[in-house]
Ligand binder design. Structure first.
Ligand SMILES: *[C@@H]1O[C@H](CO)[C@@H](O)[C@H](O)[C@H]1NC(C)=O
Ligand SMILES: *[C@@H]1O[C@H](CO)[C@@H](O)[C@H](O)[C@H]1NC(C)=O
Length: 366
């Protein structure tokens, strides 16, 4: 035992005293490639440790395809990234791999040019609109500091394990008066370990929507113009479990809802261990806080079902105001399907109380 400990220490001290990494590994690490076309970036993506996308114009109907990157690759958006116009589903950008860093230079913009597709219908009809960014199987990775403008429809689709999305700005505010619709900022599903930190979102749909997944954090966000911070709608997909989600220290303003959980009626699944903590709301037009188990085809039916119970829910320090014609808090649970809720420091004022709350768990006010 003693001998092996001593030899371990000896190895450690040699490692500390070792000279700088060999030339081979230094060369490998400094292989930086700058591309000015999407096709060349996709073609050479595996041979570069850093991929700089310099003012790239992605052709219409094509994905900026950075899938299956070599572990350790860094992707940097520089200048203005633009996309040709075509009616198609997208995505405009897709990146996958593990141990990847996706970043942007300080003055870059990824401009979806969404105004060319916006027709007020989003994904419900009208023009077929490309999704913006698939972060699918982008594991143990980080996306940081991206400046995104005018997504045609939903922005980030996240289906990954251990992915951090840091300081991403999505400015779809042009769509407020210009037909932007279903411009969800972050749609998270089938994921384990997603942290979205310091996002700034101006859009026309959910700032965050978690449809399934576990160990998810959204913190330090500022959301405006959209539908608020949402779990759901849960149920009726292949993965219908939402577990351990913390949404904290964020602001929701000028939006339809503040915080929300919706589950689909007649389906099964579960929502457990969700915490909303320190959320400030203002200018809310529909509901300050809304938890309901009655969705069907994207609309509430008014009749909750118990197949997707909401348990171990914490709502703390959710404060602020709604518009005078809005509802402060609305809770619609099926019998026995909402339990173990903790409610503290909640103060939502300015609107009216709901008279339609059902099966409200004890300790919760509605
Ligand atoms: C920032 O980027 C825009 C558009 O790409 C360009 O017009 C402007 O000159 C850049 N500003 C600086 C300070 O580099
Ligand atoms: C919940 O998720 C967070 C963030 O991933 C993690 O740090 C924490 O350990 C998880 N808690 C449980 C009980 O799994």
């Amino acid at each position: 035992m003693r001998t092996s400990l001593i030899s371990l220490l000896a190895v450690a001290s040699v490692a500390i005293a070792a000279p700088a990494p060999s030339r081979v590994s230094q060369m490998k690490r400094s292989t930086s490639c700058t591309f000015t076309s999407a096709a060349s970036a996709s073609a050479s993506k595996k041979s570069c440790t850093t991929i700089v996308l310099d003012n790239i114009e992605v052709p219409a109907g094509e994905t900026l395809d950075l899938t299956d990157l070599t572990s350790g690759t860094r992707v940097v958006f520089k200048g203005e990234t633009t996309f040709g116009y075509e009616e198609w589903d997208g995505p405009l950008i897709e990146i996958s791999g593990s141990n990847i860093i996706v970043a942007g230079t300080s003055n870059h913009t990824i401009n979806g040019g969404g105004e060319r597709w916006w027709d007020g219908e989003g994904t419900n009809g009208g023009k077929t609109k490309p999704k913006f960014f698939y972060a699918h199987d982008l594991d143990d990775s980080t996306i940081t500091g991206l400046n995104v403008k005018n997504t045609p429809v939903q922005a980030f689709s996240v289906e990954s394990n251990n992915l951090v999305l840091n300081a991403i700005t999505i400015d779809d505010s042009d769509g407020d008066s210009n037909g932007g619709h279903n411009t969800d900022a972050f749609d998270v599903g089938d994921s384990n370990g997603v942290t979205i930190r310091n996002a700034v979102v101006m859009n026309q749909d959910d700032c965050l929507a978690v449809n399934s997944g576990k160990n998810i954090v959204f913190t330090g966000g500022t959301c405006s113009g959209g539908h608020g911070l949402s779990i759901g709608s849960v149920g009726g997909r292949s993965d219908n479990t939402v577990q351990n989600v913390t949404i904290s220290d964020s602001v929701v303003k000028d939006s339809e809802n503040g915080i929300r959980i919706k589950t689909n009626s007649g389906t099964t699944g579960s929502v457990s261990g969700v915490t909303f903590s320190n959320i400030q709301i203002s200018g809310i037009t529909d509901y300050g806080i809304v938890f309901e188990q009655d969705y069907e085809n994207g609309d509430p039916t008014g009749t909750p079902t118990d197949g997707v119970p909401i348990t171990d829910l914490t709502v703390e320090k959710v404060t602020g105001t709604v518009e005078s014609d809005a509802t402060e808090v609305y809770i619609l649970c099926a019998s026995g399907a909402c339990s173990d809720w903790t409610w503290s420091g909640v103060s939502v004022t300015g609107g009216s109380s709901s008279e339609k709350c059902e099966n409200v768990p004890s300790g919760t006010s509605c």
